[in-house]
Ligand binder design. Structure first.
Ligand code: SOE
Length: 381
């Protein structure tokens, strides 16, 4: 088996989720490449050393440019804050490194376009980590929709609710809290949480053409960890939007970090003429399915435990009936990326497909400002 030398940039929550995936994938999937944790990189030497020791990286770097110069790195994994994605990705592509980039692709569509242009020029394999596509129950939903089981789709309804920023004492900026800093994150819940919902929605139900949105920033000022000063908060704390799909179906999306009692409540429901699907991240191994064509007396919502050998990805894990969890969606991401390398076909979403989500986020944020319906810029084929 060939080696795939990984250079990880960042050591936060996603650095851990991805490292775990690189370590596990070859134990469960038969692939042409085996990831090797070659180097971990971040500015803080002590912190990256601790991270590297814990996860088994062979070496560390404190400057991502040095990492890109290294001949022994094949693929760079960008787990740094959103404001660094573009610069690192473009430099990585020029250095001939394959790129895995944490979502969202970039701060906005303009940055995303530059990234797409660069990887199209270098033809470097690239992928963005929209991991929820690879939860087996969500992939099963995709299979059923592609097979036409739902028939014409009328509605898509998604929510992603959290409650971790309600305290006004929570600072913005710095490790762990850069998601609250507009200059590091680009947006609030729109790019962080709704981007997931949008990626799933367009994957399952095709392009979105128009949106109308509202956003709110409930806490207007927070102390900035890096400057020590109280500064205006620029991110959206909550966002709700309506959307029209190109296929005629209607959607509602809602996200907030102020839904007391909800930690990561991501749900979606799809209603078609023949059937409906409901999925809930808190029960991620289940798919709720309603089939109108069932015999009337037995018709009702089925709760399908997506753990059987004929369910997506599940033949690679334990025996039927034993479920897997959140971290496995990242293992599947790596497996599909490597499978793409083996077969010389891109693993999705690549930068270009992730730009579609970026454009929708841009239109949502614009609509929240203008109060109008906004057309979504479409990615040129
Ligand atoms: C934010 O709290 C966050 O960690 C997102 O950044 C992730 O993308 C999401 O999957 C869970 O919530």
């Amino acid at each position: 088996m060939k080696k795939l030398n990984v250079g990880m940039i960042g050591y936060g929550f996603m650095g851990r989720a991805h490292s775990n995936a690189f370590r596990k994938v070859s134990n469960f999937f038969d692939l042409g490449y085996k990831p090797v944790l070659k180097a971990a990189c971040a500015r803080d030497e002590a912190k990256i050393k601790t991270f590297a020791d814990k996860w088994g990286y062979e070496s560390i770097e404190t400057d991502w440019r040095k990492l890109l110069e290294r001949k022994d790195i094949d693929v760079v994994d960008i787990c740094a804050p959103n404001n660094l994605h573009k610069e690192i990705a473009i430099a990585a592509s020029k250095a001939g490194k394959m790129i895995l980039c944490e979502k969202p692709l970039a701060m906005n569509g303009v940055e995303g376009e530059a990234m797409v242009k660069e990887v199209e020029k270098s033809k470097i394999p690239n992928m963005v980590w929209y991991n929820y596509r690879r939860v087996p129950a969500v992939t099963l939903a995709k299979q059923l929709i592609n097979e036409g089981k739902l028939g014409k789709i009328f509605h898509f309804r998604a929510k992603f609710l959290q409650d971790w920023t309600i305290s006004a004492d929570l600072p913005q900026g710095g490790t762990g809290l850069w998601r609250l800093d507009i200059n590091a994150a680009g947006s609030g819940v729109t790019g962080d949480l709704l981007a997931h919902c949008i990626d799933t929605a367009i994957w399952l139900n095709g392009p979105i053409v128009k949106v109308t949105a509202m956003t709110e920033t409930f806490i207007k000022e927070r102390k900035h960890t890096l400057t020590g000063k109280v500064e205006p908060v620029g991110i959206d704390d909550a966002c709700a939007f309506l959307a029209r799909f190109a296929n005629g179906s209607l959607a509602t999306f809602e996200s907030t970090r102020y839904a007391r009692g909800h930690k990561a409540e991501y749900t979606f429901e799809i209603n078609g003429e023949n059937a409906s699907i409901f999925w809930d991240l808190h029960d991620l191994h289940r798919m709720e399915y309603f089939e109108h064509r069932d015999e009337g007396r037995l018709r009702g919502w089925r709760s399908i435990h997506v753990t059987d050998g004929d369910h997506p990805y599940m033949d690679k894990w334990w025996v039927p009936g034993l479920q897997i969890g959140y971290e496995h969606s990242f293992v599947h991401h790596v497996a599909d990326f490597i499978d793409g390398l083996d077969k010389n076909k891109p693993a999705m979403p690549d930068f270009k497909e992730a730009l579609v989500t970026q454009y929708i986020c841009d239109a949502v944020l614009k609509s929240a400002k203008t109060g109008d319906w906004e057309d979504v810029k479409q990615v040129k084929p």
